[in-house]
Design a protein around this ligand. Structure first.
Ligand code: KIV
Ligand code: ZN
Length: 560
């Protein structure tokens, strides 16, 4: 095996945090959410959204319940600027929603940003500059003090423009961008300077957003950093600590969750995790993780298909079919043992009294997010007998008895293996018919009359059923009459006598399909021949006696 060049990479520093408290905390309340779909999400799209698409996505975000929405970077492009103006001028921003706009800490960009939000009742001006050691050294070639000065001056200008505007609805957010690459003590120093420059107070809190701009460590280390920061920040009550996690290591949701445990008040993220590189933290996943723990997520994802549709249309991005909570396959079980457990769990849930969702393999009720039970069980070559029995019962009312399920499962498996595809519920139903119900060769029942002789009321069960049949067997047609203690018994006796084929009925089951007077009956049977051969059959008829005789004929036709 070739060894990868792991020596190129250095381990991320841990935090010296005595008696860290976050591992013992639980999340009992949703954080303040802020969607960055229209800014961070949009800037990462191969084809950025146009104004109309941004309006549609904004309206979706509002309908889902976001109260803080970063709508763009209005000083960065004409489209971004036009979109913010459209929101303000067309009064598309509900009174309880605050738009957020991003700007670099440069005078002309800050001024343009204020132009964009002019007339908005509530807005957060979000100022950022990169503070990491790497960016200081190789991108900006500035020392710590010079980088801090950019943040202080930018903040002071935002303060001045807010005061000049007279708009008390303007709030301020500062991000030491690339916080995960920034020394903690330096990030704290910059944030303290920004707080002073803004004049942060409990009445006019500042949002300090500590981004995992690039996810560089395990989530527990990020949580340590957040707890460290919350412990050391001065005037904690003048600050809202916000987190903004990217997903480079695939753990952005865990990062945000642990950060909330560590003291973060606010979480930025995007629907389906859209955003630069591996994406932003997926707000849907985090919100529904809370939901699945019995915590009100304070966002409404009860119609995920609609959220998916608008997102896809506006962003032109795909959603992976295995995406947590939202992917098209996540409420679908292919494996037989899963299908069986889900089927039993659903039945138990239907009669359970405690109101709690407890179905194996389904962490939440698909109906709670607008998905249906219909797609839960699908059949392919990995499926077991439980799955196809569940589908036949749920969709067609056919309750194959347990002793017959392995026989039909074998037939399903053979088709799935041959075609290499998944079988639809309809295909399974057709297969059941072609495998059992429709068989006419080598034996077919041409005619059958059943009558009863109840002349001996003292022995009503004894051989009182008379049967007269015409049966075709290969190229021979024979007619027989027989007596038995029921139609099935009479038919078996007559057929054995005429055909010379010795067999006995080992198992039998029947039930109605449907509830009306016109309901059909279905019978299932297992026969064993004297020579040891065994076979299963099923028959359907409006008359239950005929259904049982047809089941015998079906089993005879399936003898190996
Ligand atoms: O990822 C990041 O650091 C950002 C900042 C602008 C907050 O998007
Ligand atoms: Zn970002």
């Amino acid at each position: 095996m070739k060894t990868m060049k792991y020596q190129k990479y250095a381990a991320y520093p841990t935090v010296a945090l005595a008696a860290r408290s976050w591992p013992d905390n639980t999340i009992t309340q949703a954080p303040i959410w802020c969607s960055v779909d229209l800014r961070d999400g949009n800037q990462a799209l191969p084809v950025p959204m146009n104004v109309e698409e941004k309006v549609s996505l904004f309206q979706l975000l509002v309908s889902v319940g976001f109260k803080e929405i970063e709508v763009g970077f209005p000083s960065a492009s004409a489209t971004e600027f036009a979109f913010v103006r459209r929101l303000v001028e067309d009064k598309l921003i509900p009174d309880d929603v605050t738009i957020q706009v991003l700007t670099q800490a440069r005078e002309h960009l800050i001024r343009k940003t204020f132009e964009a939000i002019s007339g908005a009742k509530h807005a957060i001006v979000h100022l950022y500059n990169s503070t990491s050691r790497l960016q200081r050294d190789v991108v900006f070639r500035k020392n710590r003090e010079e980088i801090k000065a950019i943040a202080i001056e930018g903040t002071a200008l935002v303060r001045r423009l807010k005061d000049e505007s007279g708009n008390r609805g303007i709030r301020f957010e500062y991000s030491p961008e690339s916080f995960t690459g920034t020394e903690l003590d330096y990030a704290l120093d910059v944030c303290h300077a920004v707080m002073d420059s803004w004049g942060a107070s409990p009445d006019e809190k500042i949002i300090l957003n500590l981004p995992s701009t690039v996810e560089m460590s395990q989530p527990n280390i990020y949580a340590d950093r957040i707890e460290w920061f919350c412990r050391h920040i001065k005037q904690r009550d003048a600050v809202l600590i916000s987190v903004h996690a990217h997903n480079d290591r695939g753990t952005a949701v865990a990062t945000a969750e642990l950060a909330v445990m560590a003291g973060a008040d606010r979480v930025e993220g995007a629907l389906f995790g859209n955003g630069e590189r591996c994406g932003n933290m997926d707000i849907i996943t985090m919100a529904l993780n809370l939901f699945s723990q019995g915590v009100d997520p304070e966002l409404d994802f009860s119609d995920l298909p609609r959220v998916r549709e608008v997102y896809r249309r506006c962003t032109r991005m795909d959603i992976h079919s295995r995406h947590p909570y939202a992917g098209e396959l996540v409420y679908t079980a292919f494996s037989g043992s899963h299908q069986d457990a889900i089927s039993k769990g659903m039945k138990a849930h239907a009669i359970s009294q405690n109101g709690l969702w407890e179905v194996p393999y389904l962490p939440i009720d698909p109906e709670d997010v607008g998905c249906s039970y219909e797609a839960i069980v699908r059949i392919n070559s990995q499926s077991g007998k439980g799955g196809m029995a569940y589908v036949l019962e749920k969709d067609y009312g056919i309750q194959i008895p347990k002793w017959m399920q392995p026989d039909f499962a074998e037939a399903v498996q053979a088709v799935a293996d041959r075609t290499g595809t998944e079988l639809s519920s309809e295909q399974i139903h057709d297969l059941f018919h072609s495998e059992y119900v429709k068989l006419k060769e080598p034996v077919s029942l041409k005619k059958c009359n059943i009558s009863w002789d109840d002349s001996d009321p003292l022995h009503p069960d004894e051989e009182a059923t008379l049967i007269s049949c015409i049966v075709q067997m290969k190229d021979r047609e024979f007619i027989f009459k027989a007596q038995g203690n029921g139609p099935l018994d009479a038919f078996v006796k007559g057929f054995i006598r005429e055909s010379g084929l010795e067999f006995s009925v080992e198992e039998y089951a029947e039930h109605a399909i449907g509830h009306s007077a016109r309901a059909l009956a279905i019978a299932y049977i297992k026969i064993v021949c004297l020579d040891g051969r065994l076979s299963f059959g099923a028959g359907i008829d409006s008359n239950i006696s005929l259904a049982s005789i047809k089941a015998i004929v079906s089993a005879l036709n399936r003898l190996p």
